[in-house]
Write a protein that binds this ligand. Structure first.
Ligand code: GLN
Length: 545
């Protein structure tokens, strides 16, 4: 049998409503199956017509995650990478737009040999081909495929059709998991199963029956409700997996395993379960559970508000990276959002992060925040835009370059310390925005003895990028003369990758042109975040004493 014939497919679809953690559920299933000795990979299908997530506003869609190969994708790919502890690539992500684009391009080059190209079957066939491409590239025994959106909407119907077609061809190799939401009516009220029953009926109308139902709710599902779902949805009671709210997403794989989800999936595939090895992960979770001491980190950003609600999804990888490094230091991070347009009292934080961003809104506030942390010795990381603004702040306040700015904010600034790359300028002038930034992994060389180099413990690194602007080489000499250190550069020394202030002037002040947060993993905190948190801990003691 070829690899593809042996491969098992676990599809994850959502019922009732979005935003109940389908991505983390898919990632958790992957993690558990991986712990059983299988090579697992994951695919996310986004129903958007956008070719990728690169042009989406973070408030609309949450963080844009970036892979090593420069793919700009849904934040769930970040969950997969973090849970599976492995790097993914372009083949692990597709959107409606990208699927249609390939089909249309193929049609234009006569690859369908004169056939009438139709929505069905050609779109689902392309979807299945792409899933198999990921299987092949990642040499997977099992692949999890998360279909974005919720059953019952128009947008993902062709993806459900792809599941139906694949299941028809390989009935023993496809398992369908429905992650469904069970609301609780009123205070102290009971779990309601009816919306889930409707979701299953809707799924049935597309020719699909779930094999497993993950019951997402505020609390554990009880026996009575299990019975109800089993009877009304035609799913065995033991195939209903309880998924209550958790205070830490890394507990979810362990929660799923209480109901033996991996055993159930493997039985359906008729694979003899291999021995499970979750010892290391369990140890990690139990050490996290024991943490009592806290530390307080502020994130100064602008992608928080939507209507009357606050969204933290826009910075999900930054939050996770903070958690990973805090856990490594046995601290529970209290993360507070600082609205760049309206804040005071930054002194209460042990450390402050100014994350990435685009455009002019909230810039003055971010620069004011950076000025404060620099002067008050508060440990600081500037991520991408945050690094660029740290350079602007330093240029203005220390190097006395009045009105210094990034040309992203002020095109007529007398001191464009941050400027657009010429190649990028042309792209913007031609409105060529999609997938054209400096994207993905690039190498950098670190200066020996600097804070960055000591943090990494090496001089050669590779990190993920997503930006159009850079430190202007014309100002490097001036900035260095005033005390700024460029501790990381592109190998040709033309692009400044990391800036820092010397430890004798500030306990921890680092800006990275790249996004270290994308590479942080739960049991392997990113070195920059780790050192930042260490410095924040020392600062905390200083503040408390
Ligand atoms: N807006 C800045 C640029 O394009 C920074 C981007 C970012 O923070 N990801 O260079």
């Amino acid at each position: 049998m070829t690899k593809e014939q042996k491969t098992k497919y676990v599809f994850v679809v959502g019922g009732v409503m979005s935003g109940v953690g389908k991505g983390v559920a898919a990632a958790s299933i992957g993690k558990i199956l991986q712990s059983r000795g299988f090579n697992v990979t994951s695919v996310k299908i986004d129903p958007y017509v956008n070719i990728d997530a690169g042009t989406m506003n973070p408030i609309e869609h949450g963080e844009v995650f970036v892979l090593n190969d420069g793919t700009e994708c849904d934040q769930d790919l970040g969950n997969y990478e973090r849970f599976l502890n492995k790097d993914l690539s372009r083949v692990n992500y597709m959107t409606t737009g990208s699927v249609y684009l390939s089909v249309i391009e193929r049609e234009r080059s006569l690859k369908y040999q004169g056939k009438c190209v139709e929505v069905v079957p050609h779109i689902p066939i392309e979807v299945i081909d792409r899933i198999n491409l990921a299987v092949k590239k990642d040499n997977a025994d099992i692949i999890t495929i998360e279909v974005g959106g919720t059953v019952g909407e128009y947008q993902n119907i062709l993806f459900l059709e792809a599941i139906r077609m694949l299941k028809l061809k390989k009935p023993k190799s496809v398992v369908l998991v429905l992650v469904s939401y069970l609301p609780i009516q009123g205070k102290g009220g009971e779990l309601k199963t009816k919306p889930t029953q409707y979701a299953v009926r809707t799924l049935n109308s597309t020719g699909l029956q779930p094999d497993i139902i993950i019951a997402r709710s505020a609390v554990d599902i009880d026996d009575k409700r299990r019975d109800k779902i089993a009877t009304n949805c035609g799913v065995e009671k033991k195939d209903i997996i309880s998924a209550p709210d958790v205070d830490n997403i890394y507990k979810i794989p362990l929660n799923f395993e209480r109901d033996k989800i991996s055993g159930r999936i493997l039985e359906k595939f008729s694979i003899k379960p291999q021995k499970k090895d979750m010892k290391d992960f369990r140890r990690f979770i139990s050490s996290v559970n024991k943490i009592e001491k806290e530390m307080r980190i502020g994130i100064v950003g602008k992608y928080f508000g939507t209507g009357n609600f606050m969204l933290s999804d826009s910075y999900i990888s930054v939050i996770e990276a903070i958690k990973h490094s805090a856990y490594a230091l046995k601290r529970k991070p209290i993360i507070e959002w600082v609205d760049a347009e309206n804040f005071k009292n930054l002194g209460r934080f042990d450390g402050i992060i100014v994350p990435g961003g685009f455009g002019g809104r909230g810039i003055d506030g971010k620069i004011r925040a950076i000025n404060y942390v620099r002067k008050h010795n508060i440990p600081f990381i500037g991520l991408c835009y945050g690094m660029q603004l740290a350079v602007v702040e330093f240029a203005r306040s220390v190097a006395r370059l009045d009105n210094a700015n990034s040309t992203e904010i002020d095109k007529t600034t007398p001191h464009p310390v941050i400027n657009i790359l010429p190649s990028q300028k042309e792209k913007i002038e031609n409105s060529n925005y999609g997938g054209t930034m400096r994207l993905g992994a690039y190498p950098a060389v670190l200066k020996k003895g600097t804070v960055a180099q000591r943090a990494y413990g090496t001089t050669h690194i590779s990190e993920r990028h997503r930006h159009r602007y850079e430190v202007n080489p014309e100002y490097i000499e001036c900035l260095e003369a005033n005390g700024m250190i460029f501790s990381g550069m592109s190998p040709d020394k033309r692009l400044m990758e990391i800036m820092e202030l010397p430890v004798k002037t500030h306990p921890f002040f680092i800006g990275t042109q790249f996004h270290p947060e994308f590479k942080s993993r739960p049991q392997k905190a990113h070195p920059i975040f780790l050192k930042f948190m260490e410095a924040s801990l020392i600062n905390k003691k200083r503040v408390t004493n």
